[in-house]
Design a protein around this ligand. Sequence first.
Ligand SMILES: Nc1ncnc2c1ncn2[C@@H]1O[C@H](COP(=O)(O)OP(=O)(O)OP(=O)(O)O)[C@@H](O)[C@H]1O
Ligand SMILES: [Mg+2]
Length: 497
Amino acid sequence: MSVILKCDSISKAFPGVQALDNVQFELCRGEIHALCGENGAGKSTLIKIITGIYQKDSGNISFNGKNIHYKSAQECRGAGIALIPQEIQLAETLTVAENILMTNYPLKRGIVSWKEMYKKTGELQKRLGRTALSFRPDETVKNLNMGQKQLVEIMKAISMDVKIIAFDEPTSSLSEEETESMFALVKQLTVEGVSIIYVSHRLAEIFRICDRVSVFKDGKYVGTRDTGAVTPRDIITMMVGRDIKLYERTEQKETGEAVLEVKNLKWKNKVKNLSFTLNKGEILGMFGIVGSGRTEMARALFGIEAKEDGEVYIRGQQVNIKSPEDAVKLGMGFVTEDRRSEGLSLVAGVAENVTLPFFRKFLRAGILNFRKEHAEVQRFIDLLNIKTPSLETKTENLSGGNQQKIVIAKWIGADSSIFIFDEPTRGIDVGAKSEIYRLMDELSRKGNSIIMISSELPEIQTMSDRLLVFKDGEIVKEFTDVFALGEEQILEYAIRS
Ligand SMILES: Nc1ncnc2c1ncn2[C@@H]1O[C@H](COP(=O)(O)OP(=O)(O)OP(=O)(O)O)[C@@H](O)[C@H]1O
Ligand SMILES: [Mg+2]
């Protein structure tokens, strides 16, 4: 296959970190090429340089045999190189069609042709299939769910004559079905001659759809392999630099009395009369497809949304949770799925974010003991292997996975006894994933109780003592013997119509 893009000796520094150090990368025409590496390895930085969002400090990029020096993402897009970013960046108040065609409005005698715009958008939706057809071109973007927004980003990229698309963890917020249609689309694009760069932590996906994989570690290039010639284990070893022990559960554990009881919880038509109990020392899994009401349930329970009906009991006492503050006072902690808008204060530093729910611990006569605070934060940084130049670094400058680890540290550090983890390992590398599983296991064995919401079947099966399957805002099935289940049995309830 002929080479379409070649990066040589690319370096890029940010204050306090060498994000990329003399790396190389080569992409062939029609190829799907994966980028792998731990959180903070430099994957997003590399594709942001390739797609014109960041400028490299040094090195060379050639595209179709010619050196390129694009100065902006717009210029890159014009040349046919587009990015589907890790964190979706659409104009929320504009319509789908406006977002897709924002930079090239079809004009008719100098006037925007809405008819043309909707027609063009409709054609793109048809190309993407069923999920893309589930919303209208004139729908406001803020009304779409994560999966649908992802598709809008993709349509935006392919609305122009595109040669290279870089995907940054595209499936992390998609349901199984959406993931399948995205894979089909990616394959179709390669048949049309488009070349794909594919960043993901999901090795199974990479081995399924990618031709080659390049591995990075701490900003350095490690190597490139044909996916047909290696195993996922080989790639993990290249990523981590050693062989790591993945978390494995060996036994089903006994749990204690009920600590949380929810009766007839109701919120809009997303949460319909939900009742369940959570026991002491239990990890209660909640599985369902994206949009099945699990997150909405958690938000209503935690006081982020005002529930419309229902009773909540903690250790037998009825409680009235009206705000997240109330929930925290009752010993609850919530690792949110949407880290950027809810989990973190992006402009605040790492330490401030971690200790936000429990900084009072470090107050003496109203004065914050920084040394104590920082020692505690450092403990989490080591434990979860968080890559940050300093404790004061603004969290918006951390890589996606490291931001997620901060959200987890924040709640584990607080003295919570009831935890809600909503998609806790989204965007987290394999090594850290195992650490988070171990931590959850340890928390529960110490008598804490955990609700774990996840759309990843293997993960939910490994972790749950008991499992509730959600569909359309209701619990459709409870499994107590999670260990013995097959994946198909669980999926059957989640998607059965
Ligand atoms: N805009 C920025 N300002 C400062 N530092 C940054 C910025 N963007 C990235 N970094 C730093 O550069 C390093 C590489 O980050 P990058 O986002 O490329 O990692 P990644 O491989 O994509 O990780 P993840 O898997 O967590 O998404 C990290 O240490 C990160 O903190
Ligand atoms: Mg990244």
